[in-house]
Design a protein around this ligand. Structure first.
Ligand code: FUL
Length: 685
């Protein structure tokens, strides 16, 4: 009897041992083709890197130089590549890509292929080489280095003929053999046609898919840089995302087609694509790629840079953020501070992973090495997976005590391909399950997906993967409770007198005052636009009640609203200059039209405000004016530096009592027949 019992026991151990053995030696899911190359995987892990646009265009205040400006125009006096690199490093970026040559053909290195290069400029008496200086600075500070070499060359006399293609390939050879390792090579897609072309000044059209022989270009690059990523051309390893405003699709597949050299759906990728071609989002911190003084006031806000981050890195794309280096050869202090601050904000938002100590369970586990715990360990190469034959799964995080969160980061183990097609989130508090928005159902994940939603408090978090192209392979899941984004409200009054206080984070609370006092959480709370049919100062702050923190105070001086006067000069679109919107403007005919307002009552008039159109590339800005009260000239003059800095102009003078004012434009920046007015108001005491 004892012997039988012992045998059963031994048998049991044997079976258990055998089962454990099998459980732990379950094979990984087969890769789902197409999969990324090792170099592509390393590229994904970089996530953000910087772009520099600098060249003759900078000195000519242009975006697309014609190719005819002499190299002598290029003269940065204080160039400092280390300042560029340190800015990017402090902003968490892993690399920098330089426009070694833009469409104007001017080369920032000492090339043998043309005279149109930095060696013929006054910079360092012709001894400078910015490709060298930047690649050295990158190596010194541990960043990778990449290059942009425009295929289109509006300077070169051979452009359009076979000779130019040889020149272009020679340029690639110089750049990829003389400056150390290149992590990414950018072939820009622009081929505008017309140009200087050595003086021919004509239109030259080519077929970009054939003309440049990109296959040969790739071979030259790979000779010294076998792991280099290639952007554009006919043999890319990454794809353009299809826009330049910083946004990948919420559905974003790393897979696509390179069919007849056309990429299909740049924004979303293609779920059934046959090559791994992940998206790169390129966007500039200012409207232009190159520096223009007149865009100093249009530097992207922290709020819009944050949105760009979540719409690129948070949507399975890499972010290539451009710095338009200024004329002195440095990134403007405002730009560099803005981007470093933005990085600190994002880092802070994604700092404390609240899933770290959760108990993790799943409805389906492939085997011991594929445990759901793998999604919260720090090992990128370990992942949770399910059994073959399943195209979904469920993972649950349980917390000892309720946890707050408003961000969720998910990552798939992409070496085995991109799989997830549909998933949603649910939370449980006090035994009740509820859906967590951002939307009912999400689609792709890929290398990284970050979701933002309203703060929820949970005992349990469940992620339900409804559809996947094969067994799930999820290597990382993190959740965070990001603090409110404390940007000061944007204050605007519309044509009807309603004041709007806009903030980017709808979880924040806004408080305001209308009596000049400083607002705090005991002031009036803003919940919808309010009527302000008077003159006065509106002050507003954004408040984070969890951390008891305030944004800077936004201040706006509002003059008497449109309801307190009649416009006596007829025009259909006068409402545009009282609507608080700097993008809508009124055109006034020079030497003929003016703005004339008659107040309902006599006023003590002491000045006026003029805002030119805030559209990009704005022209016809008023530079000189006359201002009358009841027919008497009370002020005349010019708006200094308005062309470079088209911000609101405030003119004040000794108060004059009167009812009717007239603002007459005298000159505009372009000596054009019309000028523009986006906003106008009269200051009264
Ligand atoms: C575009 C170019 O035409 C722009 O000037 C800029 O270089 C941008 C990154 O790519 O296609």
């Amino acid at each position: 009897m004892l012997i039988i019992k012992m045998m059963r026991y031994v048998n049991g151990i044997f079976i258990l041992g055998f089962w454990l053995f099998c459980y732990s030696c379950v094979k990984a899911p087969s890769p789902l083709q197409p999969v990324p190359s090792a170099a592509q995987i390393e590229w994904h892990k970089m996530e953000t890197y910087g772009f520099v646009h600098f060249g003759l265009n900078t000195f000519n205040d242009m975006e697309w130089g014609w190719g005819d400006t002499p190299p002598s125009t290029f003269n940065p006096t204080d160039l400092d590549c280390e300042q560029w690199v340190l800015t990017m490093k402090n902003a968490g970026m892993k690399a920098v890509i330089l426009t070694a040559k833009h469409h104007d053909g001017f080369c920032l290195w000492q090339t043998q292929t043309t005279d149109y290069h930095i060696g013929n400029s006054p910079y360092k008496n012709g001894k400078g080489d910015i490709v060298r200086e930047l690649s050295d600075a990158c190596r010194k500070h541990g960043l990778k280095f990449g290059l942009y070499l425009s295929p289109w060359d509006r300077n070169n006399s051979h452009y359009g003929y076979p000779e130019y293609v040889e020149i272009y390939h020679k340029q690639i050879e110089e750049l990829t053999s003389l400056y150390g390792e290149i992590f990414e090579f950018w072939f820009d897609g622009a081929n505008g046609g017309d140009g200087y072309y050595g003086g021919a000044c004509e239109l030259r059209s080519i077929n970009p898919k054939e003309y440049y022989d990109y296959e040969k270009a790739r071979d030259i690059i790979y000779e010294n840089n076998p792991n280099c990523m290639i952007f554009g051309g006919t043999v890319p390893t990454i794809r353009w995302v299809g826009n330049e405003h910083g946004e990948a699709g919420a559905t974003n597949w790393c897979t696509s087609f390179v069919d007849n050299n056309d990429y299909i759906s740049l924004y979303n990728g293609c779920s059934d694509g046959d090559v791994w071609l992940p998206a790169e989002v390129d966007v500039s911190v200012r409207p232009g790629w190159f520096y223009h003084k007149k865009e100093d006031h249009l530097l992207k806000s922290l709020a819009s840079l944050s949105v760009i981050y979540y719409n690129s890195v948070g949507r399975n794309a890499n972010l290539l953020l451009n710095f338009p280096v200024a004329l002195n050869g440095k990134i403007s202090p405002a730009d560099s501070l803005r981007v470093v601050t933005w990085h600190d904000i994002i880092k802070n938002e994604l700092r404390h992973n609240v899933l770290k100590n959760a108990t993790v369970t799943a409805d389906n586990v492939r085997g011991k090495n594929f445990s759901p715990d793998n999604v919260i360990d720090d090992d990128w190469d370990s992942y949770w997976s399910v059994k073959d034959g399943y195209d979904g799964g469920l993972i649950v995080f349980s917390f000892d005590k309720p946890v707050r969160m408003n961000r969720l980061m998910l990552q798939e183990y992409i070496p085995l391909g991109q799989r997830v097609e549909e998933f949603y989130l649910e939370g449980q508090l006090d035994g009740k399950w509820f859906k967590i928005m951002p939307s009912d159902s999400m689609t792709t994940i890929g290398y990284k997906r970050i979701l933002r939603f309203k703060t929820v408090e949970l005992d349990k978090l469940m992620i339900f993967f409804e559809k996947s192209k094969g067994p799930l392979c999820i290597n990382n899941i993190e959740a965070f409770c990001a603090p409110v984004l404390l940007s000061p409200p944007v204050i605007k009054r519309d044509y009807y007198g309603f004041v709007h206080l806009n903030i980017p984070d709808d979880e924040a609370v806004v408080y305001y005052t209308v009596d000049g006092s400083l607002p705090d959480n005991s002031s009036t709370r803003y919940d919808k636009p309010f009527m302000f049919n008077d003159k006065g100062v509106i002050k507003a702050v954004t408040y984070d009640s969890v951390n008891d923190k305030y944004s800077d105070v936004a201040v706006r001086h509002l003059d008497l609203p449109a309801s307190s006067f009649v416009v006596s000069s007829p025009s259909d679109s006068y409402d545009k200059i009282f609507d608080g919107d700097g993008l809508s403007s009124l055109n006034l005919k020079m030497n003929e039209s003016f703005i004339e307002l008659t107040f309902n009552d006599k006023q003590k008039i002491s000045g006026f405000r003029y805002l030119p159109s805030q559209n990009r590339n704005v022209t016809r800005i008023i530079t000189d004016y006359l201002f009358y009260v009841d027919g008497k000239l009370v002020s005349s003059g010019s708006f200094d530096n308005i062309e470079n800095n088209p911000i609101e102009q405030v003119v004040e003078f000794e108060p004059v009592t009167g009812k009717t004012v007239r603002f007459v434009p005298v000159r505009n920046t372009d000596n054009a027949g019309y000028c523009n007015v986006a906003e106008f108001s009269v200051i009264v005491e």
